[in-house]
Write a protein of this length. Sequence first.
Length: 428
Amino acid sequence: MDLTQTLTRVVTIGLNQHPNSFNYSMTELNNLAEANNMKVVETLVQKLDRPDPATYFGKGKIEELGQVVIDDGVDTIVANDELSPSQIRNIEKATKARIIDRTGLILEIFANRAQSREAKLQVELAKLKYQLPRLHTSASQRLDQQTGTSSGAGGATNRGAGESQYEMNRRTLEKRITHVNHELKEADKADQIKRQQRDKSETPTVALVGYTNAGKSTIMNGMINLLGENEDKQVLVKNMLFATLDTSVRKLTLPDQKKFLLSDTVGFVSQLPHQLVQAFKSTLAEAANADLLIQVVDYSDPHRDMMIKTTEDTLKEIGIDNIPMVVALNKADKMETPYPTREGDNLIMAATDKTSLVELTAIIKEKVFKNFKTLQLMIPFDKGDVVSYLNDNATVLKTDYDANGTLITAELNEVDAKRFSRYVQPVD
């Protein structure tokens, strides 16, 4: 079976208002369309200082677009910007084709990819908020809002059925938004409890953040393999924008028994719809509560500086701007540059290269365990539970025995150092 037969043929359109970033933005739009099972058969662009308030494109370009739709036999147009309800309505009327804007496209992708209950709720909430002002624009929901004829001596008018239907649809959406918000709050409470339980263990958290398809999941799987974890703990990897939306968290143990949590978060994209940024605040709570962020960047992409800015702007928008960050310049194996190479808090690396992962692990260890203290503790023989705890949760450097008990030299985090302070012995 030819898989291309199942793809929706589309024309992508865009306004060149920002020459420095426009070509990249259109390339990304085409990639997003492909990620949504669409085949881009033609791209039409126009250079304007601002969109036409009625039709986005100018009159002549709209006529050309209508002809392209006929010539290419497509029934869907994908715009590179978020369109107003009237622009959508007018373009559909002029071209006789369905129009979907960039925001709507990303929402469709997210709706198709969401797996967990929370992710599905978050996407549904974003879609509902997007649909609310557009109730009357799509072909299936366009409503007749003309009023009825005068009746009775007072000449009063009755609202037409279309107007009533519109109000009813709006109330339905608003009611559903309230319900989804409630469900999300309940789901967020459960997630907060999980995070609080992890916080009590004082296990450091490292979050992978960055542009979609930069290699976050590949790095996570490489770390799982490097540190000897089970293969069933691996996460989905696919060469596609937004291959996964759900945050995955894995507990990893270093060779010296230090433990940390590594989370793989949803990727970003330029012009990420505000509705989604807001909706995914709870999903990105893993990043908000992290001790260290690793921003994964596709080093081989010529637009990597723009990707870095998009990631940092999005993090700021959701209130994440004061957490230490390391930049992993990934996919160096596609470049003619040596790797792994560390430059301050930047690491040029390849996620499929074991040496790169070893270097990244060393950076993580350096950053998140810098406050550990090396202490010598004398544990009485009747405190075997303390010895067991230290062997399981601390980096034990040396163990000796004498008449008073077990003498342990170990690296401890600040909480455990305080907890077992009564056993601390001066180091000779």
